[in-house]
Design a protein around this ligand. Structure first.
Ligand SMILES: [Zn+2]
Length: 325
């Protein structure tokens, strides 16, 4: 999740406006005091409602729920997410693995995408996520109910998932970011393998954005050639994240630094991530349809993206360190 802060910004502004009016008391003397108070209260409520509605709309980015054509990326790896929220299906003769459950409202779309590709949603045996934010994990409870899939989550994200977001270090006290608490069936640790049939996925802990943010790695075979796939967990420093003196997450800056070194060490041919925008989903999909070389094979795009994100982090950290002096 990278953009949800807008709701709180607007609410904050609305509250400030109301407080300001109360303090100055500069309304016209045409009204008696009780009438003025009623007008003021009604205005505040209206401003608040408008702010919440505007914020809620902004928070649910339109492309998060916009259908995207499901397609095969390479080998037994398929794209089944929306335009904005990336989800992947890994198929095996023993059933399938789904990565990212997205919003609960997106679950029917995920199901339809999987079935459109000719697979059965009910064959989803394992459910994985990139990290414990509602735009990637809020649909997990529903998918577990519908398919009976085993839910496997990186250790440090487990309390967040099982509390429905309440134990998130940044968003835990913000009701708009919470979701149905979901029981985890297997707790993963850094470097653990998830196996189904002849497919192996490796869970790499890439923390910072969340404490258990996970980058998934696997190999696919296409045309007799093996490719290393990296599905990047979010490397973003979200607006409002405190990198210095963060009481809820004291090691946050060190964790991001660790993430850069992990990401730079991973061999990557096929570059993917938990939002389509990370790896130019729409552009690459258009090129894929045109034929020719598979555009998702993009090792230099991966290196460039990681370098950009590291630079953004360094800039933000330097800024926050300076401000804390
Ligand atoms: Zn996130």
């Amino acid at each position: 999740m990278t953009r949800g802060f807008r709701l709180d910004q607007r609410t904050f502004i609305a509250n400030q406006n109301c407080n300001l009016k109360r303090r100055t008391g500069s309304e016209s003397a045409l009204y008696t005091r009780p009438v003025r108070q009623i007008i003021q209260t009604v205005s505040c409520v209206l401003i608040f409602v408008l702010a919440v509605v505007a914020g809620a709309v902004a928070q649910a980015e339109p492309d998060w729920t916009e259908p995207f054509p499901p397609f095969r990326i390479a080998g037994n790896l398929y794209y089944v997410g929306s335009t904005g929220l990336a989800s992947y299906l890994v198929t095996t003769p023993q059933g399938n693995i789904l990565i990212n459950s997205d919003l609960e409202a997106n679950v029917p779309m995920l199901e339809a995408s999987i079935e459109k590709l000719g697979f059965k949603f009910a064959d989803t045996k394992i459910l994985l996520i990139s990290h414990a934010h509602f735009d990637h994990d809020a649909g997990s409870a529903k998918i577990k109910e519908m398919t009976g899939a085993k839910y496997m989550v990186m250790d440090a994200d487990v309390p967040v998932v099982e509390s429905g977001g309440k134990l998130d270090f940044q968003y835990g006290d913000r009701p708009e970011f919470l979701y149905r608490p979901t029981k985890v069936d297997r707790v993963l640790h850094d470097g653990n393998e998830v196996r189904l049939g002849d497919t192996v996925l490796v869970a790499h802990l890439t923390p910072g954005h969340t404490k258990g943010c996970t980058t998934w790695r696997m190999q696919v075979t296409e045309g007799g050639k093996a490719y290393n796939v990296v599905i990047l967990g979010s490397p973003n420093v979200s607006p409002g994240y405190k990198l210095v003196h963060n009481q809820n997450y004291p090691q946050i800056a060190d964790d991001y630094v660790r993430t850069w070194s992990v990401l730079k060490s991973l061999p990557c041919d096929i570059f993917l991530g938990d939002h389509g925008s990370y790896f130019e989903l729409e552009e690459k999909y258009a090129r894929l349809k045109d034929g020719g070389a598979n555009p998702f094979v993009d090792p230099s795009g991966y290196k460039k993206y990681v370098a950009e994100k590291e630079k953004e982090f360094d800039t933000e950290l330097a800024k926050q360190k300076l401000a804390a002096k």
